[in-house]
Structures are given as C-alpha cells and as structure tokens.
Design a binder for this molecule. Structure first.
Ligand SMILES: Cc1cc2nc3c(=O)[nH]c(=O)nc-3n(C[C@H](O)[C@H](O)[C@H](O)COP(=O)(O)OP(=O)(O)OC[C@H]3O[C@@H](n4cnc5c(N)ncnc54)[C@H](O)[C@@H]3O)c2cc1C
Length: 438
C-alpha cells in the first residue's frame, strides 16, 4: 500500500499502538490524524476545561514524538467522518487504520467511517479485547471472578515498540506544531508524562499496592494512571506486562476490571442509560440532597471529602468513589444516572464503560453479586482513614477534629453540616424500597 491514514482516537501514543504499527508496516507513507470531534466537544464532557487541557497536552506530546520520527500530527476539527473522508481524498490514502473501541458512540463512528473509507480496525484499547474471551453459550462475562480466570489464560501478544520512522505522504506540507495551550490541567497530559509516571510508580509503589496500599485513602498511593489509560497515552497491555513482570498481581487484577467493564458495555450498549439488571427501583426526586451530595455537604466526612476531592482534583480514590456512590443511591435513594453524570462532568478519567459499569455495580443494578450491600460511610471512614488525614485534606471545617471523633456524625464542628440522613433509617428505607426483609 502506498498511502494510509493513522486515525488516532483515544490511543494517543507511539509505544504499543497496534493500529499505528499496522499502518506504518503496511503503507509506504502514513498521515497521522486526530479529529477534534465537534459532537464530543459540544457536550459537557468535551467542554470541561481540565479535560480539554489534558487532551491538548496529550496531542502536543504525540505531535512532538511523531516529529522526532519524521512525521507530524495533523489535527482537524469538525465531524469526524467527514474530516477523515476529506483527508483520505486529499492525500490519496488507500486505507484508514484505527483502534477498536467499545462505547456505543465509538461503534457508531466505526460504522459510519466504514461507509466512507476503507477502514482497518485493530485492537489496542484493552489488554484482552472485548469478545476475545467468552463463556460457553455467551459472548461476554457478567461475573468478574469467572472473567478474571479466563482473562488470565487468554493469549496476549508482546507490547510493540514505537515505529522507527513515520514518513508523511509527499502531498503533505508539514503542519505547524500542535500548541499544548496554557490552560491548567490537574495532571500533565501526554505519553511522555504517562510513561514517566508509570516507571516511577512501579518502582516506588507497586510492591505495597496489594498489601493494603490500594485501600489507604490518606496514603494516596494508587497509580493515578487512569486518565492516561482513558486517552490511551499508555497502553494497558504494556502496563499489565510491566506490572506482571514485577509480581504485581493485585494491580494487574485492577486492569482486568477495566477490561471486564469494557466487554460488558460492548455486549450491552443499552446499559449506558438502562439498568443491566432492573431491581424495580423507584428513585427519589430530591434536588436538595443531590446538590448537598455534589457540594460535599452531606455531614458524612468521608462522603464529603470524596466529593470535594472530585471537584478540586478531577479525580477521586476508588474506595471513596464506592462510598459516595453507595451513599447517593442507597442512603439518598437517588438514581445512579445522576451520580454518573456528575462524575462524568468532573473526572479527568471519565470513561463511559468504567463509569457506568462501576456506578451500576454500586447501585446494585449491575454485576455486583451482592446488589443490596450498603457501604456504611462511618465504618468505612474508621477502616480506610482511621486518623482522618484524608478527610482533613479536603474538609477544612474538620481540620481540628481528631480522626476518632469523625466517626461520630453530628458532633463535629459548628461550621460543618449536620448529617443529611440517619444511617440506620436510610438503610431501612432503602431495604423497604427494594422490598427486602427488614
Ligand atoms: C462509581 C465509580 C465510578 C468510576 N468511574 C470511573 C471512570 O469514569 N473512569 C475510570 O477509569 N475508572 C472509574 N472508576 C474505577 C476506579 O475508581 C478508577 O479507575 C481508579 O480509582 C483510578 O485510579 P488509579 O489509576 O490510581 O487506580 P489504580 O488503583 O492505580 O488502578 C490501576 C488501573 O486499574 C483500573 N481500575 C482500577 N479500579 C478499577 C475499577 N473499579 N473499575 C475499572 N477499572 C479499574 C484503572 O484503569 C486504573 O487506572 C470508577 C469507580 C467507581 C466506584
């Protein structure tokens, strides 16, 4: 093949990028292209300032890496299919190479692209691609432990090196460098920062991850690689291989969760909006409680710390995510979709498959095998943040309250709100709504 287009979507990297690798291997010259999709930019998700800055930085990083190999990144803005078709015509490309993805939006984009151009889709978003392992008689797993066993046995190729050279088509005039912008992002975007963070984190923290590190809210030693994995600045397959080689099984298991939710959404696109397993829930319409939850003013220190971390850092610790999500859906009886929307607005790692899959898990409408469990925010505080250090970091009203006292809601500090609901009453009301035995 003479000319190909390598269409980047959320695989913004050179290392272990199978779509780019295939394009460079199959074609004499390749045009690397990214389209700032108006359909995404115009949503609240696409408009969020921190996320936009992170994307810009990631594109600039990719562009400068491509230039070192002789190429460059062409960035267009508009309808992704129309722009790709135009570029294909302009450079006389015979094919477009891109990474497969699982969201309903990505799959519709793939379908539309196929009608316009010769499209070569290549796996590159997950360690084990969606649909690659399946139970007898089905196309996907709904039980994590069974999926994990099959996933561990699945053949996974070795990570690919970055291309040695990228030769632009003769017709292409070198575009100007991509401007990283000056807007601040909570985390520096791009493959370079992602790889540096990966190496440092594996060296310093992988060893302690399995023995409690990943649950230690105040210690805050999880990798924070999720935003990079979401935009593909880092290959999940490479990260899993690096961690496995150092005995990091507990960490690799978390990457398996990511694949698990990927294949779940791929096989159940309707669960973007609908319950996977409806429980007959009648969600409450309670805008005041929803607003208090969003602001981190529920009177439950752990819930409030998590919600304020989300607002200030664009990220929240996984344990806190579980507690705040359980509180919204089970204590307050508010629809998980409200929570997922708010998370999606603010999370730098906001990802439809991961967000919806996890929200449904916590709400009990998804794949949790114990759908009616309720996280007790006070017991969780005692367990995960016994000294109250995590809470104090985000809730200044409680700066002078010792950790032990934080587990007694209502007796905290004059400027801190009283608990929105009583725990025991809220749990009883939830059980009544679900028609469970008292
Ligand atoms: C209600 C709720 C919503 C969530 N929404 C998102 C989301 O939009 N995007 C997102 O990437 N993650 C989401 N998660 C999963 C998880 O909280 C984050 O992936 C994790 O906190 C990211 O931090 P980390 O990179 O430091 O994780 P680490 O502990 O370092 O884990 C490494 C990687 O494993 C994967 N991983 C870890 N835990 C999970 C999990 N529970 N589910 C799926 N993958 C996991 C992530 O890719 C993560 O980067 C959500 C969890 C909950 C409970």
């Amino acid at each position: 093949m003479h000319v190909a287009v390598a269409l980047f979507t959320r695989d913004l990297r050179l290392h272990d990028n199978p779509a780019l690798h295939a394009a460079v291997t199959d074609a004499e010259s390749v045009l690397p292209l990214f389209v700032e999709d108006e359909a995404i930019r115009s949503t609240r998700y696409g408009a969020a300032a921190g996320r936009r800055a992170f994307l810009r930085q990631s594109l600039a990083d990719l562009d400068s890496s491509l230039r070192r190999l002789g190429g460059a990144l062409v960035v267009r803005r508009g309808d992704v299919v129309a722009e790709v078709a135009r570029v294909v015509r302009d450079v006389g490309a015979e094919a477009v190479f891109a990474s497969l993805d699982v969201s309903p939006y990505a799959r519709e984009r793939e379908r539309r692209l196929r009608t316009e151009v010769e499209l070569c889709l290549v796996d590159g978003t997950f360690v084990v691609p969606a649909g690659e392992v399946a139970p007898a008689g089905g196309d996907h797993y709904q039980v994590f432990s069974a999926y994990h066993r099959a996933w561990q046995r699945a053949p996974v190729g070795d990570p690919l090196p970055p291309p040695a050279r990228v030769r632009l088509p003769d017709a292409v005039v070198q575009p100007p460098p991509v401007d990283p912008g000056t807007a601040a992002s909570p985390l520096q975007g791009g493959e370079g920062p992602a790889r540096r963070r990966m190496t440092r984190w594996l060296d310093e923290h992988l060893a302690g991850y399995g023995s409690g590190g990943h649950d230690d809210l105040a210690g805050d030693v999880t990798s924070r690689l999720s935003p990079y994995l979401h935009l593909g600045c880092l290959s999940a397959r490479e990260l899993a291989a690096e961690a496995a080689a150092r005995g990091g099984d507990a960490f690799v298991r978390q990457l398996c969760w990511r694949d698990f939710y990927g294949q779940l959404l791929w096989a159940n696109p309707r669960t973007l909006h609908e319950d996977l397993r409806p429980r007959g829930d009648h969600w409450l319409d309670d805008p005041d409680s929803l607003a208090a939850w969003k602001e981190g003013a529920t009177g439950y220190p752990l819930v409030d710390a998590g919600m304020r971390q989300l607002r200030t850092a664009g990220w929240m610790h996984n344990r806190a995510r579980m507690v705040v999500a359980s509180f919204l859906t089970k204590h307050l009886g508010i629809d998980w979709r409200e929570g997922a929307r708010h998370f999606f607005d603010l999370l730098l790692d906001g990802d439809v498959a991961q967000n919806v899959g996890n929200w449904q898990w916590v709400a009990g409408t998804g794949v949790d095998t114990r759908p009616n469990r309720v996280f007790n925010p006070t017991a969780q505080l005692r367990k995960l943040d016994p000294e109250g250090d995590y809470v104090r970091r985000y809730v200044p009203e409680l700066a002078d309250v010792p950790g032990g006292d934080m587990a007694s809601p209502g007796l905290l500090a004059p400027s801190y709100p009283a608990p929105l609901v009583d725990h025991a009453e809220a749990v009883a009301a939830f059980r009544a709504r679900r028609r469970l035995d008292p």
